[in-house]
Design a protein around this ligand. Structure first.
Ligand code: PBG
Length: 330
């Protein structure tokens, strides 16, 4: 009988050969850790739908930042849980220089300056209506929302944010923010646009974590992209790059790996995926039931973002993943 040719199993035979031919690797440098902040001091609150995730008061976020740095994590992304009494129709708390998020940015940059701090630019934590933009007569109004988002972005830049993360999906917000940042002298503040952000049902647990699910009326389909639309996702990325985004994101992650690859191939720019709350919750739930090996599934899911063309990934698993990367997991 003729020998199979090629014998592709040759290079899979031992761990050393597999490591030698491995095409992609995940490093702690690729991880962005999203964290939830709450008021008070010495406070942690569990997020029921995200086992293993807590909200932390600013002092404990600073502590967590130091630990994360020691584990090799270099970027954290902050999401505030805003007291319902501060939520209004015009979302003024969003650009309060002393709001929870801005206080946390200052505290981290003061105590752990080497940690890059990323923010969320969207009105939903501050909005009595739970939407990412301002609501008038049932409509999420675009241009007035952009004005508010620009004020919010400037306050975050002023507080010392390294990366602004506009997640609101209003049209024209990247250009407006970039112009305002340049005029105000914040020429080094980077923007990672949530460019291909889909109207997904995978965000449910996050909305619990930031306390937005109670306030939200309706859905976000008039501004976030239809999950069926790949070409439109690429148009959004192209538009945001033209308006001045430094980096772009695809969100959610796992069901949208095709978009990661398409974005990377089409533009060759720094590309990130957000492994969102629902993805995290699914893995944790199955692992808690003993149905999957949680750690291995976590690492597989994260390395697959690299294979799909991502330069990095926002993941609630960042601390666990960084630890496993250090100790070796294969
Ligand atoms: C809000 C925002 C959302 C997420 C990040 N920023 C939720 C939404 O758009 O409703 C989702 C993150 C996650 O699910 O982990 N602008």
């Amino acid at each position: 009988m003729k020998a199979p040719d090629p014998r592709l199993r040759r290079t899979r035979r031992t761990a050393a050969l597999r490591a030698l031919v491995r095409e992609d690797r995940l490093s702690a440098d690729d991880l962005i850790w999203p964290v939830f902040i709450c008021d008070g001091s010495g406070v942690t609150q569990k997020v029921g739908s995200m086992p293993g995730v807590v909200r932390r008061s600013v002092d404990l976020v600073v502590e967590a930042a130091a630990e994360a740095r020691d584990a090799g994590i270099r970027v954290m992304c902050l999401f505030p849980y805003t007291d319902p009494s501060l939520k209004t129709d015009l979302c003024e708390e969003a650009w309060n220089p002393d709001n929870l998020s801005n206080r946390a940015i200052r505290a981290i940059k003061a105590e752990v300056p080497e940690m890059a701090v990323m923010t969320d630019v969207a009105l939903d934590p501050y909005n009595a209506n739970g939407h990412d933009g301002i609501v008038r007569d049932g409509e999420i109004v675009n241009d007035e929302s952009v004005e508010a988002l620009v004020k919010m972005a400037l306050a975050q830049a002023e507080a010392g944010a390294d990366i602004l993360g506009p997640s609101d999906m209003m049209d024209g917000r990247i250009g407006a923010m970039r112009d305002a940042l340049e005029s105000a002298g914040y020429i080094h503040t980077t923007i990672m646009s949530y460019a291909a952000k889909y109207a997904s049902s995978f965000y449910g647990p996050f909305r619990d974590a930031v306390g937005a699910s109670g306030a939200l009326k309706g859905d976000k389909k008039t501004y976030q992209i239809d999950p069926m639309n790949g070409d439109e996702g690429l148009r959004c990325v192209e538009r945001d790059l033209n308006e001045g985004a430094d980096m772009v994101m695809v969100k959610p992650g796992m069901p949208y790996l095709d978009m990661c690859r398409r974005v990377k191939d089409a533009f060759g720019v720094p590309t990130y995926a957000y492994q969102v709350s629902g993805e995290y919750a699914m893995i944790q739930a199955a692992a808690a039931n003993g149905w999957i090996d949680g750690e291995r599934v976590m690492m597989e899911s994260l390395t697959c973002f690299r294979r799909a063309g991502c330069d990095g990934v926002l993941t609630y698993f960042a601390p666990q993943a960084a630890r496993l990367i250090k100790t070796g997991w294969e």
